[in-house]
Design a protein around this ligand. Structure first.
Ligand code: NAD
Length: 484
């Protein structure tokens, strides 16, 4: 069985404990590799390696850093098939999704920040005839980077690339549920010539390895993506230590369809935003609101389209819906489907385990994509993050009402709005309390724009300039002009 290793000080190493955790293929339910069960001793070694590497890496010319990051991007591109296969087996997502979207986006993360650092500008301000103020952006030291299981390599590199591009060194921990691509990635970093200690990858659980990264006195900066409950715990530990923290957390995103929308596009877009990656994308629109005049037509056509999605072996090219990431996640999703019925909802389709699965997948963690109607907007199923292939559809009467519905949850990550009325599009976008609004589209990404959530969906922003601000510290120098 394949043994995953930590990447510390430029070397692949076993954990100090000598213990491993089983890594399960969610499509089969079987353990197929072993993950280091690292603890604070491994984290301490990783932080020491990162601290030792910092003075050299932070003063390495930007061109050199950029070239190394480009090499890493090239290495990801050259290994798309291998990485996509690993991601598919680790997470249960369809191979086609990993190959076409996620792994290429991981390479883009590196390419984007490799280019950004050679183009970044600095600021200076002339203060009357008295002085010039110029602002230096200094890397902050050792960054602690913690990522979730839903988009494993993409979200991992979304943190690693900017952290090291701007001259920091890093100790990163992928989710223990989906560690394989981060392991393969650390091999690619060695091959690409990343100096030892610049990036260190410690595998293991959140309670041991993750908590040790957050509480280590030498990690100055913590970038975390994951659940809101975990984010709260990280803030509790890191805030009194005055660490800089960015938290990208959960969501319960509205997907709003006005009667004047192009219904073909709205249905196709809603299908993706509901069920991409089995609904396990933080940006999925799990609450669909449809204006009354088109509610019946939308629902009929949307349910038909949902039933046509093929649930199957993630390795099959024509599979649209793979497995959920774990049996815990599958059971959680099924419990919310039960709850929906208790709360008075109607299951229009899905809600059960898929009927036809290949033999090798019979013990996998599959749930058919599920559409629920008839729930109050205050029902728990409409309030709590489920993070699976489950959406609710609710009619609305007016723009004001749907804005209230959209904002009536504790989360504020993203929203989609479907309408041909440009004025309304801008108005609604302005009034919804979220970090990103997509109009007549979903998941269109531009790495230059700020990304993050409001309310319980997090604090801080990632992407472009925001990442530069997060991973660097401004230092202002005021020099007096010797005028008479
Ligand atoms: P999680 O919070 O359980 O785990 C995320 C990571 O944190 C894992 O690596 C885990 O090992 C680690 N961790 C757990 N406890 C920790 C602790 N006490 N200290 C330090 N690290 C700890 O989340 P998950 O189940 O892996 O991911 C799903 C969640 O992530 C969903 O809520 C989803 O909405 C959210 N998410 C948010 C975004 C975003 O950009 N806002 C993106 C993707 C996923």
């Amino acid at each position: 069985m394949k043994q995953i290793q930590n990447y510390i000080g430029g070397e692949l190493r076993s954990p100090e404990s000598g213990h491993s955790l089983g890594n399960i293929d969610p499509a089969t339910g079987e353990t197929y590799s072993l993950v280091p069960d690292s603890d604070e001793r491994d984290v301490d070694k990783a932080v020491t390696a990162a601290t030792d590497a910092f003075s050299c890496w932070s003063t390495t010319p930007v061109d050199t850093r950029s070239q190394i990051l480009h090499k890493i991007a090239d290495a990801i591109d050259a290994n798309v098939d291998r990485l996509a296969h690993a991601e598919c087996v680790d997470s249960g997502k369809p191979l086609s999704l990993a190959r076409s979207l996620e792994i290429p986006r991981a390479a883009s993360n590196f390419r984007f920040f490799a280019s950004a650092i050679v183009q970044s500008k600095s600021e200076s301000h002339a203060t009357d005839n008295v002085a010039i103020n110029y602002t230096l952006r200094k890397p902050r030291g050792v960054a602690g980077l913690i990522s979730p299981w839903n988009l494993p390599l993409y979200l991992f590199t979304w943190k690693v690339a900017p952290a090291i591009a701007f001259g920091n060194t890093a100790v990163a921990k992928p989710s223990e549920i989906t560690p394989m691509t981060a392991y393969l990635f650390s091999q690619l970093c060695i091959e690409a010539g990343l100096p030892p200690g610049v990036l260190n990858v410690v595998h293991g659980t959140g309670a041991k390895a993750g908590a040790a990264i957050v509480s280590h006195p030498e990690t100055t900066t913590i970038s975390f993506t994951g659940g809101t409950v975990t984010g709260r715990e990280i803030a509790r530990v890191a805030a009194p230590m005055f660490k800089k923290i960015a938290l990208e957390l959960g969501g319960k995103n509205p997907n709003i369809i006005f009667a004047d929308a192009d219904l073909d596009e709205a249905i196709a877009g809603s299908l993706r935003s509901s069920f991409a990656n089995q609904g396990q994308v933080c940006l999925c629109g799990s609450r669909i609101f449809v204006e009354q005049p088109v509610y019946d037509e939308f629902l009929t056509r949307f349910v038909e389209a949902t039933k046509r999605l093929k649930v199957g072996d993630p390795l099959d090219e024509d599979t649209n819906q793979g497995a959920l990431v774990s049996h815990i996640q599958r059971d959680k999703v099924l419990s919310y489907i039960d709850l929906a019925q208790e709360e008075g909802g109607t299951i229009c389709c899905g809600g059960e385990l898929p009927e036809y699965l290949p033999v090798r997948c019979r013990k996998g963690f599959f749930v058919s994509p599920t559409v629920i109607t008839g729930l109050s907007v205050d029902a728990r199923v409409n309030q709590e993050e489920i993070f699976g292939p489950v959406v609710t559809v609710t009619p609305f009467d007016s723009e004001k009402q749907v804005i209230d519905y959209a904002n009536g949850v504790e989360y504020g990550l993203s929203a989609s709005v479907w309408t041909k009325d440009v004025g309304r599009a801008h108005r609604v976008a302005d009034r919804i309390e979220v970090g990103t609004v997509w109009i007549n589209c979903w998941l269109v990404r531009d790495l230059r724009v700020p990304f993050g959530g409001m309310k319980q969906s997090g604090v801080g922003r990632e992407g472009g300039e925001e990442a530069m601000r997060f991973f660097t510290e401004p230092k202002n120098v005021c020099i007096k002009i010797p005028y008479k």
